[in-house]
Design a protein around this ligand. Sequence first.
Ligand code: NAG
Ligand code: NAG
Ligand code: NAG
Ligand code: NAG
Ligand code: ZN
Length: 272
Amino acid sequence: MGLRAYQILTCVSFFVLFPVIHCWGNDGHVAVCRIAQSRLREAAADAVKQLLPESADNDLGSVCTWADHVKFHYHWSSALHFIDTPDNLCTYQYNRDCKDEDGVKGRCVAGAINNYTTQLLSYNSASSSHSEYNLTEALLFLSHFIGDIHQPLHVGFTSDRGGNTIDVHWYTRKQVLHHVWDNNIIETAEERFYNSNIDGLVDAIQQNITTDWADLVKKWETCSANNTACPDVYASEGIKAACDWAYKGVSEGSVLEGAAGQLILMLASLEI
Ligand SMILES: *[C@@H]1O[C@H](CO)[C@@H](O)[C@H](O)[C@H]1NC(C)=O
Ligand SMILES: *[C@@H]1O[C@H](CO)[C@@H](O)[C@H](O)[C@H]1NC(C)=O
Ligand SMILES: *[C@@H]1O[C@H](CO)[C@@H](O)[C@H](O)[C@H]1NC(C)=O
Ligand SMILES: *[C@@H]1O[C@H](CO)[C@@H](O)[C@H](O)[C@H]1NC(C)=O
Ligand SMILES: [Zn+2]
């Protein structure tokens, strides 16, 4: 959801001056993509390697925010980053909620995950080199949208645009609630627990995936008997987490702090 032009300008000019500064929810996406790439089976890892642009140097994480950068150029794609659900209901239904502002069905992040998964399934078929779709773009969209759908406020209420119209303070800094969940919680956790280092965060999650969360992983992998992707499961969890955590007790002007609990909840619902 909503990156505003001024944020992008700020981000671009910072980027020129200080190339290490991270912009627009970078780290959440990078973490999701690095973890995902490390868990691919051999055939999938080979396909990803083939599809990635050469400049990515076989690092999916490095191109995980491509979908945000093309939002303006590919204007049709901007509706594919989120889902608006009815205010205060705290539930999600594909048929009811997955549509864009003009009411076109399937145009939401869950529909996009189905779309790009289906396109990528054609990778090995004889015709794939003549596919009507650009499978590099399909990969970059899919890996980005899997991150988006797991940010609770990307499946948020319609009237506040997923927390984009709720002004809060993150500690002393003024932010919109959506941005707190896109960026601040993750960045604060990195600063506090991982020496401001994304690799530390990624390692800690990977560690948990092989130990404490090992049983959950099986559940994640078998989320549906009949479908390769399970975006409806993720979206339902997302709006529930939004109500239980992100919206809970928050109103215009609230002061928010104390990232750890929220981050852990969010990470625990990561599906890979
Ligand atoms: C599916 O992918 C194609 C190719 O990128 C795109 O034109 C179309 O809008 C996508 N639809 C959805 C719902 O993601
Ligand atoms: C596929 O998309 C990528 C990224 O937009 C682009 O660089 C590449 O040229 C496209 N490939 C084809 C065959 O159009
Ligand atoms: C790993 O799991 C433990 C136990 O559930 C939890 O306390 C810790 O915060 C988790 N680490 C991360 C990075 O989520
Ligand atoms: C999978 O598809 C079969 C046949 O269409 C159906 O009987 C079964 O209930 C489906 N399973 C799930 C979990 O949707
Ligand atoms: Zn996005």
